[in-house]
Design a protein around this ligand. Structure first.
Ligand code: FES
Ligand code: FES
Length: 133
């Protein structure tokens, strides 16, 4: 079996799909190689992620990665979300095939993109955004 049960589960029954109309932060990233796009919407209160939703136009691994990533960061602080690596997302899914690791990178980048949006809106600085532009 190429994909773990967790990948199949999060692909066929993804968590936190959708949009948030009055989002406090929005992140969008695309993979230039495969053309897949991931968008994440956040509600943030006192630097805690109280809600997160995603829309992914992409492969099953990208959908599973976004679903798992949103589960992992819900209720966490911005700093904790920024510390989430694509490797941790893949591990939480019990692994991804090597050729599909870039799909989990999209999830990490979508979170960073959204937190960058939040930082800009509020003129804030976050340690985990160092070197991000
Ligand atoms: Fe997105 Fe394979 S490139 S489905
Ligand atoms: Fe490109 Fe999965 S094949 S994100």
């Amino acid at each position: 079996m190429m994909y773990s049960e967790k990948v199949m589960d999060h692909f066929t029954n993804p968590r936190n799909v959708g949009e948030i109309a009055d989002a406090d932060a929005i992140g969008q990233v695309g993979n230039p190689k495969c053309g897949d796009i991931m968008k994440m919407y956040f509600k943030i209160e006192n630097d805690v992620i109280v809600d997160v939703k995603f829309k992914t136009f992409g492969c099953g691994s990208a959908i599973a990665s976004s679903s798992m990533a949103t589960e992992l960061i819900k209720g966490k602080t911005i700093d904790e979300a920024l510390a989430l690596s694509n490797r941790a997302v893949a591990d939480a899914l019990d692994g991804l095939p090597p050729a599909k690791m870039h799909c989990s990178v999209l999830a990490e980048e979508a979170i960073k993109s959204a937190m960058f949006d939040f930082a800009q809106r509020h003129k804030r600085d976050f340690e985990g955004l160092k070197g991000y532009q």
